[in-house]
Design a protein around this ligand. Sequence first.
Ligand code: C5P
Length: 224
Amino acid sequence: PRPLAGKRVLITAGPTHEAIDPVRYIANRSSGKQGFAIAAAARAAGAEVVLVTGPVELDDPQGISVMRVESARDMLHRVEAALPVDVAIFAAAVADWRVASEGSQKLKKTAAGMPPLQLVENPDILATISKLKEKRPPLVIGFAAETEHLIENAKAKFARKGCDWIVANDVSPATGVMGGDRNTVHLLSREGKDVTVDSWPVMTKEEVATALVSRIAREVGTGS
Ligand code: C5P
């Protein structure tokens, strides 16, 4: 069965790297595994898949157009250029901040002490795409990676971002989710004004991807 045949699906994955100077950057521990698994599952379901990924050590999945980017701003540009799509899934762990002005040369130690790093906020790709007037994908899915108060924080994020579903997962170090092969997720969606929380058992990231793609197919699929 190829329930997503004829559908175009966009996925972001991995971390972003925000340059401090030519040799240093701000990053996070995202491996990209969950986003890549969703891309592969969407492809297996027959979708045309565009994967926009930050720096990860993963090979391009077969049959998928992969765009490799560094920073949040690069990622946003690639995402915007990929529209229109039927479904957009924002699994990337985008850096919230970047340095206000990237050094053109390597920052040096000076007698004056440490160089001050002034941070500015990155664009929020999920919120930007969710709030588009034209070209808003019919189904926009965000992720909420939390280390405490998972459902409460995910609900607040859901209200703020303007997306249709949120996949919430606990990424505290004890879970081994960041960089690991398993994930325990909760799918938040809306029924009228109420938020429904569907808690799935612990699964491999591939199983989570397949289950998520099945839910997507039920929502937007052709049933073919
Ligand atoms: O606010 P927070 O980063 O926790 O939100 C997580 C969700 O928002 C994820 O789906 C992530 O891909 C997306 N996001 C984004 N651009 C940002 C920050 C987060 O697309 N700058």
